[in-house]
Write a protein that binds this ligand. Structure first.
Ligand code: AMP
Length: 410
């Protein structure tokens, strides 16, 4: 069975084609800079074929047309025709409270995705366009939506409520939703497999540290708390997002700096985090680490602030779960930066009884591959687990299809 995964964003459509019998990645790529000058298709297939070329597309519908074309192309294609694709799995950021799992896309689901655009204006409208484009170009395939918020649907009320008047939750659904759920779920499952333990017997803390960063307490395979909240701005400090903040700072900026909605939005989302604190003109941790190494004080303090907050959340989630069996590092920074992993774990070895102790050599050698990096004296496992959101979407899509297949409905 062949499943196509589509991740449609504001200016790009990413795609991966899987053969599910052996979960082989047949092809993948991106149509980037959609609607801008220099729109490009970058594509590779499992036979070693690589293609990079300028394409002329105005929107997501045309981008998905390009994807359908290259997948079936005489020279670069890997399938005979669109009919070979059984299902298309779409990444959708926000499913609100009503959607708690992956779903086959029907009109009612589309309505919910559209409605949730007010909660995720930068993502849901584009995810929705990707679905419509895919319905047009792959009419014979089943369309499935896999939501970033769904994994966090198990967070209990006491953890998802803010200390605001209850009516704001009741009427306006202002609450913690959580994001990066596809990644947190994926690495939780991979960690359990690696540890050879049933997921429902484990207490995990999964640290997704990329351009966006979030951390989740996963108890018995279920998210019970996560650092991102009503929007992906809350929680850890990120590349250019501030994370947790005293809300009175916003009031101060309005009253004393005369900043309006747009400027504050830009400041908190685009000018803060590692970018804002280090102030070296880059949000890329590699640049900030090299500035730190050449003695830049602000770069050093940005890294310390970043890792200190991760450590605080780890402490909070140990308290929330009454312990932890494994701490998992994933995404661009989590998978590739031994310095950050070391700085996060520094001091945790003193936690009473828990003994969270990193092995410096295993940590240095542990980049970019599934493995454990704790010392033999550590009671808690410390893992690096590469995330693969596309694969997780394909797996969840397959799970939805299996009952239909048994009934001969695909
Ligand atoms: P992601 O959003 O998961 O693609 O992660 C992107 C971020 O990972 C980049 O902004 C970098 O800051 C970070 N990153 C990638 N490779 C490394 C590395 N070798 N060392 C430190 N940070 C890295």
């Amino acid at each position: 069975m062949i499943i196509l995964v589509i991740n449609a964003g504001s200016s790009s459509v990413k795609f991966t084609l899987f053969r599910m019998e052996d979960e082989a990645e047949l092809a993948s790529g991106i149509v980037g800079r959609i609607g801008l000058a220099g729109t490009r298709l970058n594509y590779k297939n499992f036979k070693g074929g690589n293609l990079g070329k300028e394409v002329f597309v105005a929107d997501a519908v045309e981008a998905v047309g390009i994807i359908a074309g290259v997948l079936t192309d005489d020279r670069y294609g890997v399938i005979d025709g669109e009919k070979d694709i059984t299902a298309v799995g779409h990444r959708v950021v926000h499913g609100g409270e009503k959607i708690t799992d992956s779903v086959i896309i029907e009109d009612s689901v589309k309505e919910i995705i559209k409605k949730c655009s007010t909660l995720a204006p930068l993502h849901n409208p584009h995810n929705f366009k990707g679905i419509e484009a895919s319905e047009r170009h792959f009419p014979g395939a089943l369309q499935v939506a896999v939501f970033d918020t769904a994994f966090h649907a198990t967070i209990p009320e006491h953890a998802f409520l803010y200390g605001l008047p209850y009516r704001l939750y009741h009427q306006d659904r202002i609450r913690r939703y959580g994001f990066h759920g596809i990644s947190h779920k994926h690495v939780s499952g991979e960690a359990a497999r690696f540890l050879d333990m049933p997921l429902d017997a484990l207490k995990l803390i999964t640290c997704h540290l990329g351009n966006g960063c979030s951390i989740t307490a996963v108890e018995g395979g279920k998210s019970i708390d996560t650092s991102m909240g009503f929007t992906p701005l809350e929680g850890l400090m990120m590349g250019s997002r501030c994370g947790d903040l005293d809300p009175a700072i916003v009031l101060f900026l309005m009253e004393h700096k005369q900043l309006g909605y747009k400027e504050i939005n830009e400041l908190l989302n685009k000018q803060s985090g590692l970018l804002g604190v280090a102030d070296i003109g880059s949000s890329d941790l590699r640049d900030i680490l090299s500035a730190k190494a050449s003695g830049n004080h602000q770069a050093g303090i940005a890294v310390k602030t970043f890792t200190y907050r991760i450590k605080k959340y780890i402490g909070a989630y140990i308290a929330a779960m009454g312990g932890v069996d494994a701490i998992v590092f994933t995404a661009g920074i989590g998978e590739n930066s031994p310095i950050i992993r070391e700085s996060v774990c520094d001091g945790l070895q003193r936690t009473n009884g828990l003994k969270i102790i990193l092995d410096p050599e295993k940590n240095k050698a542990g980049n970019n591959k599934l493995g454990e990096i704790q010392s033999c004296l550590s009671r808690v496992k410390i893992l690096v687990v590469p995330t693969n959101e596309a694969r997780e979407i394909a797996q969840q899509t397959l799970q939805l299809l299996q009952p239909l297949e048994k009934n001969g409905m695909t």
